[in-house]
Ligand binder design. Structure first.
Ligand code: FAD
Ligand code: NAI
Length: 475
């Protein structure tokens, strides 16, 4: 195998493996180095997303939702389930199979696109504008060279000081996706994306879940009206969300964890849990890269410092995904990976940060793109709002899932769509229409005038667009 490459990508998560494929498509001799190991020690490319993030969490969200439907939801449809049982080992096994299918899929794509794959840790040895030497420490140690380097080393779960992850009692996302017995009492610190998704999984499977959140508001980054509705729906399902708490000492026993905290009123409590998930955000991963050795600049928060084009301070060294500023989302990492490969080829790759969608895969799902109402107010933008509840949507009624709404925010003068916010069934799929519309700088009237299939959940999107002009037809 050649050891001299046009492009070497360090990290094979969604940012890295997609960058490598695009670089190869553009005709570059490309390599990707990734160190993730499967249980047998073999390669498991796909990064956090594939191994302990997006993919396994969505597999468990789906399985646990089926279980909840079978235990609570089917009866309404006249389907009586007797002798329902939970085989958690099988459920976790299925999740592992889904992960492996994705790992294998990436290895296949590397072969198909002639990307050389190195299994091991990549680190800078030396280099300048003429090229870089990269050491790969895997089963063997070898050195390869690259004209361009793309760093895509991702992120790690942030630990709470004094409560290091042991993945037995105190769990990061890794442990939270592999609990072998449903805990009776599960504590979750942080009511962010992971806390709500993983809390939902284990609540549906029977755990009593207590979520402890430092901020006084629920999902502060989400449009307030949508966040309030989501809070109402999720707490009604049984997720106990405590806002404005201050975490004190966390102590582990043989089979339990205790968490001292004060609530929003300042009253002291001690929570006793069988397991504790800590999901308080993630930190960029530059461990073992030898960034300092080659003078690769990090910012004050430990992210690799990049400009708007993902260029670092070193010539021909780029960085994408969770290891650089911006939302920690797989699709953001992928878009940056594609854009960088295209820039290396002299093209004009571009990532539009204003139209990156967010989805929280609870039930109902929460999805949004663009500005929230509170952001528009803070920026002094004149806007019009239109909402439409799924309660008035025929398909949602047929599905038996009428919770939530679609909300449109449009410029008061030009009617350009500035933000779309959804809490409701299949919000993750519905949001794409809003992303496309915003990419094309559509007005709410554009969506209102488009024919949407009937009966479909997407009619709620059209109706919310109509509601901007106060002319919803079905509400
Ligand atoms: P990563 O996926 O972290 O990949 C980095 C890779 O680089 C890893 O394989 C790592 O082993 C490797 N690596 C690091 N250093 C080296 C080195 N020196 N040499 C060789 N290899 C190295 N995002 C979404 O958009 N949708 C979701 O539904 C979603 N769900 C999530 C659920 C959970 C529980 C978590 C934790 C995250 C979730 N995310 C989701 C976020 C998403 O996983 C990340 O944004 C995404 O994985 C970032 O991609 P990346 O390529 O930048 O880094
Ligand atoms: P997060 O940033 O979404 O949420 C962390 C929460 O913890 C915040 O609400 C914060 O206020 C709270 N917090 C911080 N310190 C605290 C403390 N000391 N005590 C109590 N609460 C505290 O981070 P999370 O959930 O860890 O997820 C990390 C990232 O992974 C997400 O931001 C997202 O980018 C990505 N992700 C995306 C998913 C998706 O797209 N569906 C799913 C899961 C993760």
């Amino acid at each position: 195998m050649s050891k001299n490459f046009d492009v070497v990508v360090i990290g094979g998560g969604p940012g890295g493996y997609i960058a490598a494929i695009r670089a190869a498509q553009l005709g570059f001799n490309t390599a990707c180095i990734d160190e993730w190991k499967n249980q047998k020690g073999g390669p498991a490319p796909g990064g956090t997303c594939t191994n302990v993030g997006c993919i396994p969490s969505k597999a468990l969200l789906q399985s646990s939702e089926h279980y909840e439907h079978a235990s609570h939801g089917f009866a309404e449809h006249g389907i009586e389930v007797k002798g329902l049982g939970l085989n958690l080992e099988k459920m976790l096994g299925r999740k592992n199979t889904v992960v492996k299918q994705n790992n294998d899929g990436i290895l296949y794509l590397f072969k198909k696109n002639k990307v050389a794959f190195f299994h091991g840790r990549g680190s800078f040895v030396k280099g300048d504008a003429n090229g870089y030497e990269i050491k790969v420490a895997g089963a063997a140690e070898e050195t390869i060279t690259a004209k361009h380097v793309i760093v895509a080393t991702g992120s790690n779960a942030r630990a709470l000081p004094g409560a290091e992850f042991d993945e037995k009692l105190i769990l990061s996302n890794t442990g939270a996706l592999a609990i072998s017995e449903v805990p009776k009492k599960l504590g979750v610190i942080g009511a962010g994306v992971i806390g709500l998704e993983m809390g939902s999984v284990w609540r549906r499977l029977g755990a009593e879940v207590t979520v402890l959140e430092a901020l006084p508001t629920f999902l502060g980054a989400v449009d307030e009206q949508i966040a309030k509705e989501a809070h109402k729906l999720l707490t009604k399902q049984g997720l106990a969300v405590n806002l404005g708490v201050k975490i004190g000492a966390i102590k582990t026993g043989k089979n339990s964890v205790s968490v001292e905290y004060t609530d929003a009123k300042g009253e002291a409590h001690t929570g006793e849990f069988d397991k504790l998930i800590i999901s308080i955000g993630r930190t960029p991963n530059t461990i073992g890269l030898n960034a300092e050795g080659v003078g690769l600049k990090l910012d004050e928060r430990g992210f690799i410092a990049v400009d708007g084009d993902c260029k670092t301070n070193l010539p021909n060294v780029w960085a994408v995904g969770d290891v650089v500023r911006g939302p920690m989302l797989a699709h953001k990492a992928e878009e940056e990976g594609v854009a960088v490969a295209e820039r290396i080829a002299g093209q004009h790759g571009h990532v539009n940060f204003n139209t990156i969608p967010w989805v929280i895969y609870t039930s109902p799902e929460i999805a949004w793109v663009g500005k929230t109402e509170q952001q528009l107010k803070a920026e002094g933008v004149q806007y019009k709002a239109g909402t439409f509840p799924f309660l008035a949507n025929g398909r949602a009624r047929a599905l038996g899932d009428t919770s939530g709404m679609v909300k449109f925010l449009a410029d008061a003068k030009t009617d350009e769509i500035l933000g779309v916010h959804i809490v409701g069934p299949m919000a993750s799929e519905l949001i794409s229409e809003a992303v496309v519309a915003m990419e094309f700088r559509a007005s709410s009237e554009d969506i209102a005038r488009i024919c949407h299939a009937h009966p479909s959940l997407s009619e709620a999107t059209k109706e919310a667009a109509l509601a901007v002009d106060k002319r919803a037809l079905n509400f």
